[in-house]
Design a protein around this ligand. Structure first.
Ligand SMILES: [Zn+2]
Length: 84
């Protein structure tokens, strides 16, 4: 695959998570699910920028304020070909 599409893959190296969810996840200890599976978040555009919202705790996790600047965004996604 072309290197130009690298940015469409998962490049997250510093996840943004709800601290309350993280505490609850650690307290569960016996859970076989990953923290990613445990988190329930909404991510979306707002009048200011992008907000990450915890569904479980109904609280803000992070709200990026773009300060009126229009940033480039790419909503394309890569689909893996299925070979049968
Ligand atoms: Zn939470």
């Amino acid at each position: 695959m072309s290197e130009t599409f690298t940015f469409l893959k998962n490049n997250i190296n510093q996840p943004i998570i709800c601290t309350d969810c993280e505490k609850e996840f650690i307290d569960r200890q016996n859970s076989k699910e990953s923290l990613q599976d445990f988190l329930k978040i909404d991510v979306g555009l707002t009048d200011f920028g992008v907000q990450i919202w915890c569904q479980r705790h109904q609280q803000n996790v992070c709200h990026f304020d773009f300060e009126g600047i229009r940033l480039k965004a790419d909503f394309r996604c890569l689909k893996q070909k299925k070979y049968n």
